[in-house]
Design a protein around this ligand. Structure first.
Ligand code: TMP
Length: 210
């Protein structure tokens, strides 16, 4: 089954994806500043945990105290965070014609819960497309980094960061496969470049979309 995807007619929906420690939040912030300076209204947001309910979900899925979760439970919790995030924040901002920049979205679930865990990819994708009404970013910036390098940046690890290196290697490949399957909607960058280099490449691509 193929999922055609829905693209917002108003506003611009941008997403940052990638493994741990690739500088997504830094780059998302820099892009938000750049677009604000260009006079655009920008909503800078993230998953999981941007809404009130989402914060509770984030606590459950990331706290090491939660311990083991069934793969389906974990996937459904992330999917619920997405549904809430879209309803309360993302769609309203797009309808107002704003630029929405989200740090993580559906691809994170396809990579972490799909490629990382043992869920059947097509089934998981169906759940996620349903949860989000299949709304897709106009552009996803994938900050690609060797997980062995990315994970060294954390002294304390949450439930997901604490997974073994093999898990994070599958996640990385999952992201790269998603980008390769739909090159038009992705910008894949080597996250080991300097902050300035990476920001310049993102800025150039996004400004072309405005
Ligand atoms: P963050 O540290 O970038 O805020 O992301 C939280 C963690 O949750 C990160 O390890 C990736 C993971 N995650 C998923 O496993 N599935 C998802 O759908 C999302 C959004 C994040």
């Amino acid at each position: 089954m193929s999922y055609p995807g829905v693209y917002a007619e108003r506003g611009l929906f941008l997403c940052f994806e990638g493994g741990e420690g690739g500088g997504k939040s830094t780059q998302a912030k820099l892009l938000a500043q750049r677009l604000t300076e260009l006079g655009r209204e920008v909503l800078l947001t993230h998953e999981p945990g941007a809404t009130e309910v989402g914060q509770k979900v984030r606590q459950i899925v990331l706290s090491p105290e939660t311990g083991h979760l069934d793969d389906r439970t974990e996937a459904l919790l992330y999917a619920a965070d997405k549904a809430e995030h879209l309803d309360k924040m993302v769609r309203p901002a797009l309808e107002r014609g704003e630029v929405v920049i989200t740090d993580r979205y559906v691809d994170s679930s396809l990579a972490y819960q799909g490629a990382g865990r043992a869920l059947e990819p097509a089934e998981l994708e169906r759940v996620l497309r349903w949860a989000t009404g299949d709304l897709r970013p106009h552009l996803t910036v994938l900050l690609d980094l060797d997980p062995a390098a990315g994970l060294t940046r954390f002294a304390e690890r949450d439930r997901i960061e604490g997974e073994p290196l093999e898990f994070h290697l599958r996640v990385r490949q999952g992201f790269l496969d998603l980008a390769a399957a739909d090159a038009e909607h992705y910008l894949v960058l080597d996250a080991s470049g300097t902050i300035e280099e990476v920001a310049a490449a993102i800025g150039a691509r996004v400004e072309a979309l405005l």
